[in-house]
Design a protein around this ligand. Structure first.
Ligand SMILES: [Ca+2]
Ligand SMILES: [Ca+2]
Ligand SMILES: [Ca+2]
Ligand SMILES: [Ca+2]
Length: 331
């Protein structure tokens, strides 16, 4: 009898060990998917080890093959190394120029850096803070890309010469360390889903605000990760929602999935029809967490102008949606 008890005790202890390893390391993917995205599972293969070696976090790029055999670049296809796409001049760059105020940045701006779209146009100045990366087009013309793809946090000022109406189109990327899995090492966990967010203010030649980010912009997501339960994402028309999905960090998220949608080739063009796209969702400064970031706080007279307050925008999920395109037409 005693021997039996001992064997049972060993068996029970063994099952306890197996059980705890399932709950801790080595999380599992659950559910089945019935939406329009291509679904990949597990990490991407790194194709570019680091776009920005000076950065605090590694800004890699990778590819991952979905269950339908389509191949996706994560976190996004970007033109960071494409010399024909100009870097935006610095508003505040911890590794570059650190302006103390928007007025200083404006005074220091070189006319040679004005991007001409229309020779007879008006010069528009834009102030942009993105978490983590943006590429800005106006009427399909590359106007400026973010100098730092991941971290540290930075901000930019650009000028372009254009005739109204004109269409602002931006590719936004919330970068990731665990490529294909939408996560980074943060707050004691190796697979922490980071967040995005972008705010911008556009002023005309007289210094009057002509556009600010807000819910009058359009926003569509093209890459959502991590997904732990494939039955949680929903779609309503063109809205790709992961609002019901778990965003908790884990110790090992290698088994999780990602959703990918094809980016339309002409998304940056004035003629692209975004009328069916969802409206952008706005987020507070507190949600995005900009209090401790001088790339933002030095310029609150622009970004938090009481007369015309620019709001952070993204798609419906600022944590799980990692590649988002936003558009707005200035009439
Ligand atoms: Ca950046
Ligand atoms: Ca981020
Ligand atoms: Ca604001
Ligand atoms: Ca994210």
């Amino acid at each position: 009898m005693k021997q039996w008890n001992m064997k049972l005790a060993i068996l029970a202890f063994g099952m306890l060990l197996i059980g705890s390893s399932c709950n801790g390391e080595g999380e599992v993917l659950t559910g089945t998917y019935d939406g329009t995205a291509s679904v990949s599972t597990g990490p991407a293969v790194t194709t570019t080890s680091n776009l920005y070696p000076a950065g605090q976090r590694v800004a890699g790029v990778g590819t991952v093959t979905a269950s339908d055999n389509t191949v996706w670049t994560v976190p996004a296809v970007v033109r960071y190394t494409d010399d024909s796409f100009p870097f935006a001049p610095d508003l505040y760059n911890p590794d570059g120029t650190k302006h103390a105020t928007a007025a200083d940045a404006l005074a220091a701006f070189k006319d040679a850096d004005i991007v001409e779209i229309d020779a007879d146009g008006e010069v528009i100045t834009a102030y942009i803070f993105g978490d983590n990366y943006f590429e800005l087009y106006v009427n399909g013309v590359p106007v400026g890309k973010d100098a730092i793809p991941f971290t540290q946090f930075n901000s930019h000022i650009v000028k372009f010469k254009v005739e109204a109406p004109y269409t602002i189109a931006m590719k936004l990327v919330d970068w990731e360390e665990n490529l294909g899995l939408g996560t980074e090492k943060n707050r004691g966990k190796s697979f922490h889903p980071g967040d995005g967010g972008m705010v911008a203010v556009f002023k005309n030649a007289s210094g009057e605000t002509v556009a600010t980010t807000g819910n009058e912009w359009k926003a569509q997501t093209f890459y959502t990760a991590p997904i732990k339960d494939l039955s949680c994402p929903t779609e309503d028309g063109t809205t790709r929602s992961s609002a019901g999905c778990d965003t908790e960090a884990v110790g090992d998220g290698n088994a999780f999935a990602a959703l990918h949608w094809k980016v339309p080739a002409n998304w940056m063009d004035e003629a692209f029809d975004d009328s069916s796209w969802p409206a952008a969702t706005t987020y507070t400064n507190e949600t995005i967490g900009v209090d401790n970031k001088p790339a933002y706080t030095n310029f609150t007279d622009v970004f938090d102008d009481r007369a015309d307050d620019a709001e952070f925008i993204w798609s419906t999920n600022v944590i799980l949606d990692n590649e988002v395109i936003v558009r707005y037409t200035v009439e």
